[in-house]
Design a protein around this ligand. Structure first.
Ligand code: FAD
Length: 443
């Protein structure tokens, strides 16, 4: 018998045993899949919680924007799944009870508020703990969603604002609740998705019901990333990841019209404070005025990374144009990180965070907005898209800014600006001459 023949004989029975074992494994895995899919349908995770920020008793606009998106999402959700899950606004502060009705008028089904002198100022550690307590509190849920209160553990979804307070708060609350977080989101969809993953599902295709698909613009707004926060269904590392939570970019969603006929449940939550946390005290707070007052200008000229070929010279051109148009100068966020070598004068004058336009900076609405060498990422657009008339200069006709502007000049800053400046200077001289002759004529 040749070695090959011999090995053939030996392998046959082994193959059969392997096939049987595989079949058994397959049946076991199919059972596991069935069980897992059945088990997910519990009442552990319910409702969408929207964390509202207020400053000195005024709800900040992104709070109402989030409520409007939450309303749309949960209306569709309840219709699709024949459920009755609610939009619950959560608000903390001192003397803020009167804001709860307002939140109902703008789309919430229920409001949970904590009103306490210790919550007068936002202290992240304290706010984190109180929000985590509220998110897991059964008494509040008994009153708001009694039908789900027996098994309730945590919110199904949570929204925070993607501003300096909300970005910090969302990460610490989700750490406390031991779930995941997607930041800077500007599109949301709920779907049942089939998903296979080596670790999450042990390589099996499983259904994840009611998954919050959280979209964010990445790579300068050129690509969308979809972020999912999925439970581990692999029995070896089984673990839930709820709530599915995100922070939402301000200015993306329109708030609902205020509807004073709307009614809802308002619940007070009495927080428990850890005496150790109360060692941190904010005694007073001064709000610094923006050093750059864009509101006083009818024209704003902003520049971005497109100045890169000759940064110093290009900024000089921009300065000249700004002077001719009596405009203030803004920048895109990456410019504030000082990506180019510039003179100290230019750095101190223009490369400052106060000049940033967008979600991380200021929101402006001038009569004319000129975007020079700016691609038009959504975070930048959120800060200037309500301007009266938008002009963009960019050699790339596929840059997203093109879809937002009224006039798109395909070209480089260094080529276009000298022509604009020359034309404006000529115009100015003509106006002066006309003015002079008009004066002469009246004498
Ligand atoms: C959480 C978060 C918050 C953010 N907040 C903000 C924010 O508030 N504001 C903000 O601006 N960004 C913000 N960003 C960054 C944003 O996503 C983009 O990365 C940024 O806006 C891109 O800046 P830019 O347009 O200057 O640069 P790029 O995207 O690099 O665009 C440069 C543009 O210049 C053009 N160009 C090249 N050469 C020339 C030339 N010679 N003349 C003219 N044009 C030229 C190119 O075609 C390109 O379109 C944020 C990002 C994140 C993740």
């Amino acid at each position: 018998m040749s070695v090959n023949k011999m090995s053939e004989n030996i392998t046959k029975p082994v193959d059969q045993t392997a096939a049987l074992t595989k079949q058994k494994e397959k049946v076991e895995v199919e059972d596991m899949v069935d069980n897992i899919n059945k088990k997910t349908e519990t009442n552990k995770y319910r409702n969408l919680y929207v964390i509202i920020e207020q400053v000195d008793g005024t709800i900040i606009p992104v709070g109402l924007e989030m409520l409007s998106e939450a309303r749309r999402l949960m209306n569709d959700f309840n219709k699709k799944y024949s459920l009755n899950e609610k939009v619950i606004a959560v608000i903390l502060g001192n003397g803020i009870k009167h804001l709860c009705e307002e939140l109902i008028y703008y789309g919430a089904d229920a409001v949970i508020y904590a009103d306490d002198t210790k919550l007068n100022y936002h202290i992240n550690k304290i706010y984190t703990k109180v929000i985590a307590q509220i998110a897991t509190d059964l008494k509040c849920i008994e009153k708001i969603s009694p039908e789900y209160s027996k098994e309730f553990k945590r919110p199904r979804y949570m929204f925070f604002a993607a501003d300096s307070t909300g970005r910090h708060l969302s990460s610490t609350v989700l750490a406390e609740l031991e779930s995941g977080l997607a930041s800077d989101i500007n599109k949301l969809v709920v779907e049942d998705i089939d998903f296979r993953h080596e670790h999450k599902t042990k390589g099996q295709m499983l259904t994840f019901e009611k998954t919050l698909m959280m979209y964010r613009p990445d790579f300068s707004g050129f690509l969308w990333t979809t972020i999912l926060c999925l439970d581990n269904k692999n029995p070896e590392i089984k673990r839930d990841y709820h709530p599915q939570a995100c922070s939402i970019i301000p200015g993306v969603f329109e708030p609902l019209e205020k509807d004073v006929s709307r009614t809802g449940i308002i619940e007070e939550y009495i927080p428990e404070f850890d005496t150790k946390d109360l060692d941190i005290k904010v005694l007073s707070r001064n709000v610094l005025k923006d050093m750059i007052d864009f509101n006083s200008y009818k024209t704003i000229i902003s520049f971005g990374r497109g100045i890169k070929e000759s940064p110093e010279e290009n900024i000089k051109l921009i300065e000249k144009l700004a002077k001719l148009l009596n405009a203030e100068i803004g920048i895109s966020l990456p410019i504030s990180k000082k990506p180019f070598k510039l003179s100290d004068k230019m750095n101190s004058l223009y490369i400052t965070p106060e000049r940033v336009i967008g979600t991380s900076g200021q929101k402006v609405e001038p009569t004319i907005y000129i975007a020079l060498g700016i691609s038009g990422a959504s975070q930048h657009l959120a800060g200037m898209k309500n301007s009266g008339f938008i002009i963009a200069v960019n050699p790339d006709e596929n840059a997203p800014i093109r879809n937002e502007c009224d006039v798109f000049i395909k070209g480089r800053i260094e080529d276009v600006l000298p022509i604009m400046i020359e034309e404006l200077e000529r115009e100015k001289i003509n106006q002066t001459k006309e003015g002079a002759s008009a004066v002469v004529g009246t004498v």
